[in-house]
Design a protein around this ligand. Sequence first.
Ligand SMILES: [Zn+2]
Length: 329
Amino acid sequence: MRSGLAHSVGIFVPIKHRDMRLIDFMREFPDEQSCERKLKEYREAQGIVCPHCGCKEYYWKGDKKSFECKGCHYRQSLKANTVMHGSQLPLRYWFIAMHLLTSTKKSFSAAELQRQLGHKNYMPIWAMLHKLRNAMGKRDAEYKVCGMVELDEGFFSSEIPDSEKDKPLKRGHGSQKKTKVLVLAETAEGTPTKKSDKPTRVKHIKMIVIDDLKSEAIDGKVKMYVNPDSTITSDDSKSYTNFKTLVKEHIHQVIEPDQVGQILPWVHIAISNAKRLFLDVYHDICPGYIQNYLSEFCWKFNRRTMGDAMFDRLVVAGLGYKNTFRYNI
Ligand SMILES: [Zn+2]
């Protein structure tokens, strides 16, 4: 029932706006200079702030490709204080990655992008994609879901962490091969009833890696990501007993496996589509990085009707956060 529903509904609704095609992208960004010009435009539109003295007035130093503060003369490069901070890769690589991340229905692996770019090293390309996914996650973390919210947990296959490799393999949901993920889906209408097997329309989704399934861990995420005016629908788990103090209403009931597609349709469509995508595109996701893949999945889903405006949104998101992604997190 669960997978049947997921397959028949499909996660991507028809695109309302035109997608940016590869041919348009190549025309707009034929070389490094065109990307630099565009990045300068984006940064100026956002406002240049001196990280040293907070001054908002600057000179553009074309020969140094830097903004110089009018107050203290501190210079910052085009990439400084953005997701590209400290990156040695050409700007065009970043633009190509952002174009592909926002124009492809599914996704692609770092190995594939490395091959397409003809770049000799894998790690910088891999890190670039993770930095962008990380920025997507930070952007979506600024929004809370509200109104009618479905909530459940998903268990994603991942590599066994190094710290657990010598320990006996646990079975089921506690297995070291499974990463626990809290999944939230904000729906447009009320909870679907048994009269209709058509799920309500979904607006936004969130997928958040959690260390354990205890109520303290889950309550913290609900406080952070669900508007208190919301109504949460979930199963009868003991971990959810505090929800009534966190949101306006908590509808909970024992859910048999064959009912889950009716009572919590969107969280399960989202989980099943994300799992299928991860299986298709990536292999052996390391638990430390799974949040970034989930963030990409949710970010794209939440902007699925934006068409070519998604590219701009990703550039803007990337400029809004100084890179904090580190290897081996
Ligand atoms: Zn300054």
